[in-house]
Design a protein around this ligand. Structure first.
Ligand code: MLT
Length: 237
């Protein structure tokens, strides 16, 4: 068994995910949103690439759906929610189907199609994601969403955190150089917030005054569900 890591949605290659367990990471903030919404009773999530597609899907029955996501980290016109996980409360999402489109996260999820299992991970469900990924027994690949096709510190250290947890379960697992480096960076920086402050995307969300989102997204293991993408839908199977 081994663990590899892909540094951004633009770097996904079919052969790098094929037949593996992919753990998709966009800790700031798409995968944190999906995990939070499902944990708060949302029935399923449909991650789509375009705003038009999102509107089209919910057209038949708008009342059953909620639309969430972002462009340039801001709420999309006509959507119900932005990409802030704190908006997805029990009262608002329980029993609803979420359609989400984001700049990087939803691309990383769709790009992982071809993997044997596609798990949705973040710091907030890190331990649960580690246990689930290890339990499948396949090679694992962390698919970091990155930022606009580039490496991003936040997703890298989040992957490092989950890899660290997997190694506690199975110390024999082999790491590629990039996966080793992610885990090494986490081990040297266990206070994830301090390290994430160096990230380009952190500076963007900080500028928008989204400190509460960041403070939430760096909390380790506050949720113990692991959503999975299967046949176009994300939910807890
Ligand atoms: C994305 O998918 O690009 C991000 O989640 C952006 C954001 O923080 O809103």
């Amino acid at each position: 068994m081994n663990i590899d890591l892909i540094i951004s949605a633009d770097d996904i290659k079919k052969e790098k995910v094929k037949d593996k367990t992919a753990v998709v990471i966009d800790m700031l903030r798409a995968t944190s949103v999906i995990i939070t919404a499902l944990s708060n009773g949302c029935s399923e999530v449909n991650a789509v690439l375009s705003v038009d597609e999102a509107f089209k899907i919910c057209k038949s029955d708008r009342s059953k759906h909620i639309l969430g996501g972002e462009r340039k980290a801001l709420k999309i016109d006509g959507f119900d929610f932005s990409n802030s996980p704190l908006e997805y409360t029990k009262e608002k999402v329980s029993g609803k189907k979420l359609i989400i489109t984001t700049t990087n996260g939803t691309r990383a999820i769709k790009g992982s199609i071809g993997a044997k299992n596609i798990l949705i991970g973040a710091v907030i469900n890190g331990l649960a994601a580690a246990k689930k990924a290890a339990s499948y027994g396949n090679d694992i690949v962390f698919v970091n969403s990155g930022t606009d096709g580039r490496f991003s510190i936040d997703d890298f250290i989040c992957s490092g955190y989950i890899i660290d947890r997997i190694l506690e379960i199975n110390p024999e697992i082999e790491l590629t150089d990039v996966a080793f480096t992610a885990e090494y960076v986490y081990r040297q920086n266990k206070d994830i917030l301090s390290f994430v402050k160096n990230a380009h995307h952190y500076k963007i969300v900080k500028k928008l005054g989204l400190d509460d989102d960041v403070n939430y997204c760096v909390k380790k293991d506050i949720i113990d569900i692991v959503p999975e993408y299967r046949d176009g839908i994300i939910k807890v199977f």
